[in-house]
Design a protein around this ligand. Structure first.
Ligand code: GUN
Length: 293
């Protein structure tokens, strides 16, 4: 049976470290890091995320600023708010919760955030920095995944890593980070031929496709490390729902060396990394030493 990688415990440890870094920043400079989160509309999943982000931001000693806008808010109004936050020296991180309503151009909004206040790592400048391996902000979910991999495996050099999924939020930045760790990286996707075969050669599998339990036991090489980024809500008995990942956990955990569960794996790490990114941007904006992970 595989070792279960406890993302919840890992995230709690990371938050403790961040809280102590925040305390040092306050003591040395008098600055309290501030994270502004903007939510447009009332998508239930987004509301849950935003609430959790706000709560955990305060718990590590940072200021949380929330802006909730009506679903019909014109794009110009959202851009004006971002301009205001860009120029507010008490705000060090700006996150606009995605997805945005269809009348708003997501790319225009993301790139209107100052790149040194971008805590998602989605701004083109930060995407470019990651792709050439220079210092910048790394998207939260891939960052959390790489932290758990390093903790579990130590040096990743020379390992075969297969990333299933090619999104801008997870797949592509994940591949860049694994390459920086000297892995041999394959990005697989919906058009990949013989996906089971490709996965079965991986020492590390990153599942980020958004398809419930798609990756099966016999796709996993014995002893491989499996990071499941998927969060899928399935109907369960009695009208309830249950969360499952992109990996068939029950099957895969019989052959993998280590695996992240859903829930309790990558999910908790994402918000902890958001707090880490906010703390880093606060240091960058104020000319303080930027603590690394
Ligand atoms: N919606 C779901 N995940 C994310 C995320 O990581 N960042 C933002 N901005 N929106 C999201």
């Amino acid at each position: 049976m595989a070792d279960i990688i406890d993302g919840k415990a890992f995230a709690a440890g990371l938050r403790e470290k961040i809280a102590s870094q925040v305390a040092t920043i306050k003591q040395q400079s008098g600055i309290t890091p501030g994270l502004a989160v903007v939510l447009v509309g009332e998508d239930p999943a987004s509301q849950v995320y935003v609430r959790n982000k706000g709560k955990q931001t305060v718990e590590v000693g940072m200021n949380s600023i929330e802006h909730k806008l009506d679903v019909s808010t014109p794009q110009d109004e959202l851009l004006q708010l971002i301009d205001k936050l860009n120029n507010d020296s008490s705000v060090h991180g700006i996150l606009v919760q995605l997805p945005l309503p269809s009348h708003i151009d997501e790319e225009a909004v993301i790139n209107s955030i100052h790149f040194d206040k971008d805590v998602d790592g989605f701004h083109l400048t930060n995407v470019g920095r990651l792709s050439i391996g220079s210092e910048g902000i790394v998207p939260c979910t891939p960052l959390g995944s790489i932290m758990m991999l390093r903790d579990k495996l130590g040096d990743l050099s020379g390992l075969n890593a297969v990333v299933v999924g090619r999104s801008n939020i997870v797949g592509k930045p994940m591949a860049s980070l694994l390459l920086q760790e000297n892995c041999t990286v394959t990005i697989a996707h919906s058009r990949t031929k013989d996906l089971p075969q490709v996965c079965s050669e991986a020492d590390i599998v990153i599942a980020a496709v958004g398809r419930p339990e798609m990756i099966k036991q016999d796709w996993i090489k014995p002893g491989a490390t499996v990071i499941d980024v998927g969060i899928n809500r399935l109907e369960a008995e009695g009208g309830k729902t249950r969360l499952v990942g992109d990996v068939d956990f029950e099957g895969a955990s019989k052959v993998a060396g280590a695996i992240t569960p859903v829930p309790g794996g990558v999910g908790p790490m994402t918000i902890a990394c958001l707090l880490h990114n906010t703390m880093q941007q606060c240091c960058r904006l104020n000319g303080l030493d930027v603590p690394q992970v």
